[in-house]
Every structure is written in C-alpha cells, then in structure tokens.
Design a protein around this ligand. Structure first.
Ligand code: NAD
Length: 264
C-alpha cells in the first residue's frame, strides 16, 4: 500500500471543483501538490487558500491543450519536489447540445452541432489529458517514481443525450488506463506506475451547479441516493486507488446508483 505523506500530486483543473478538493485532501494527508489551470486568477485564489493548510503547494498556469505548457508543468513538479506520484488530469469541460436538431412541426433538420462545439470538448478532454499524462509519465519514468495516473471518466461515458462530444471524450478516458497499463507491462514498469480512471455521476461542482435547476432536479429523481455526489467522495475514491496497488487498468464508477433502473 502506498502512503500519501510526502508524495507529490500533479492536478490539472486544480483551481476548482474536484481538482481543488483533491489538492486540499492531499495536503491534509501530508502530501505535496502542483495545481494547474487555465484560469490564472482562480488558480491564484486556490493557491492562497491551500497555503493555509500547507506550504507544499505551487500553482502553474497551464492550458492542457498546449504541448509546451504540459511539458513545463511536469518539469516544474520535478524541479520543485523531485518526484511525481499522482497524476490527476482533471481539467475538463462540457459543451452540450443535440448533434442534430429537427423542427418539431416540419420534422426537417433545423440545426447541427458545429465542428467547433464538438472539437473544443475533444481537444480539452482527450488531447489535454493525453498531453498531461504523456509529459508526467516521461518524468515519472526518468525519475524512477512510483504511483498512479488517475484519469476522470464519467457516467456520460455510457452515453448521454445532448453530450455527443462529452460522452465520447469520457468513453476515451475508460479505455486509456487499459492501454497504458498494457504498455507499461510490456516495458516492465506496470508494478511501479499504475493507471486507473474514476467515473463519477453528477458531482456538486460548478460544472453541474451552473446547470438549470429544473434539469438538476430531474436528474436527481434518477439517483437512488437522492443527491449529488460530493467532490470529497470522489477524492476519497482517488485516494484509495492511489494507496491500493492492486488497482490497475480499470474504471471505477461512483454515481450513487444512477441508471440502475426504475423505482420498481
Ligand atoms: N462535476 C461532475 O458532475 C463530473 C462528473 C463526472 C466527471 N467529471 C469530470 O471531472 C473533471 C473535473 O470536473 P469539475 O466538476 O471539477 O469541473 P470544474 O468546471 O469545476 O473544473 C474544471 C476545471 O478545468 C479547468 N480547465 C478548463 N479548460 C482547461 C484547459 N484548457 N487547461 C487547463 N484547465 C482547464 C477549468 O478552468 C476548471 O477549473 C472534469 O474532467 C469533468 O469532466 C465531473
């Protein structure tokens, strides 16, 4: 079992939501943290907040879709703390809409999701994760680090209407841990660097809280535990996956029972 004390977490999307909750927990457990985000102001606020827990936190402004930014982020973590033990590429966005819209009266197509709307989500949620993980894995291997790459998928990976871009990107997050684990196994270091994904249902972060209240209430009617998941509950799962070195190559759902059928 690994311990968090003195271990180093690199967290993208670290200025808010699940990323910031993870940073807070990691510091409380005696770990060290590099938070990265595209929102420089929010990142600065998060860093000062986290510094109240521990000085072992730095922030790096980073656009995860930029190759150079991701390389600098991974290098900075090594320069500052000497190792990387947890990679949590949690920067992500939604960009909801129907992929094809029809007019209710004529039945004819009245609109289409633009290429831009599709591609923006794919760029941040897949390419951004690929770049973050590739650069951090390079540093982990070259600096002989032990730990976990923990991606974030979603129940959306099973397919959600109005989210062809987001659902597709999150389905990719469920397959990446398998590819990485298989590649690391071939090269003989899968016992040192593992990869997993967590797949939350609806979590009470800005991503969900900014949705229409009516939509949230409708969603909650389909959640057996009758509430949103707390960011801290997702963080607790990430921490367990980090500690438990038998966990590799899989996606673990945390959704309060969402989509498990009718109330019967
Ligand atoms: N909230 C949920 O219900 C939920 C459910 C399942 C999965 N997830 C996933 O968890 C992750 C975190 O979500 P959250 O709810 O904390 O969302 P959030 O919106 O609170 O945080 C996402 C962060 O990513 C940052 N970001 C966006 N684009 C970026 C870029 N190009 N480069 C760097 N940073 C960028 C944002 O500034 C923001 O701080 C996302 O990948 C999301 O898809 C969330």
């Amino acid at each position: 079992m690994l311990t968090i004390q003195d271990s180093v977490a690199v967290i993208t999307g670290g200025s808010g939501g699940i990323g910031k909750a993870l940073a807070k927990y990691w510091l409380e457990q005696g770990g060290k943290v590099v938070i990265a985000d595209i929102m420089a102001d929010a990142l600065e606020t998060a860093e000062s907040e986290l510094k109240k827990i521990s000085d072992d936190v730095i922030s790096v402004t980073c656009n995860v879709t930029a190759e150079d930014d991701c390389a600098k982020l991974a290098k900075r973590a090594i320069d500052e703390f000497g190792q990387i033990n947890l990679v949590a590429p949690f920067a992500g966005i939604t960009g909801d809409g129907l992929f094809i819209k029809t007019d209710r009266e004529t039945g004819k197509v009245s609109g289409k999701m633009s290429l831009e709307q599709f591609q923006k989500v794919i760029d941040i949620n897949i390419t951004g994760v690929f770049l973050t993980v590739r650069e951090c894995a390079e540093q982990m291997i070259n600096n002989d680090c032990r730990g976990l790459i923990c991606l974030v998928s979603s129940t959306g990976s099973l397919g959600t209407a109005g989210q062809i871009n987001y659902s597709s990107s999150k389905a990719a997050m469920s397959v990446m841990p398998k590819v990485m684990t298989a590649e690391f196994f071939r090269r003989g270091f899968a016992d040192k660097i593992r990869c997993m994904a967590v797949a939350p249902g609806y979590v009470g972060t800005p991503m969900v809280k900014n949705m229409d209240e009516k939509i949230i209430n409708n969603i909650l009617q389909q959640v057996p535990i009758s509430r949103l998941i707390e960011p801290e509950e997702v963080v607790s799962l990430v921490a367990e996956l980090y500690r438990n070195e038998a966990m590799a190559g899989e996606t673990v759902f945390i959704h309060g029972g969402l989509r498990l059928g009718s109330k019967g």
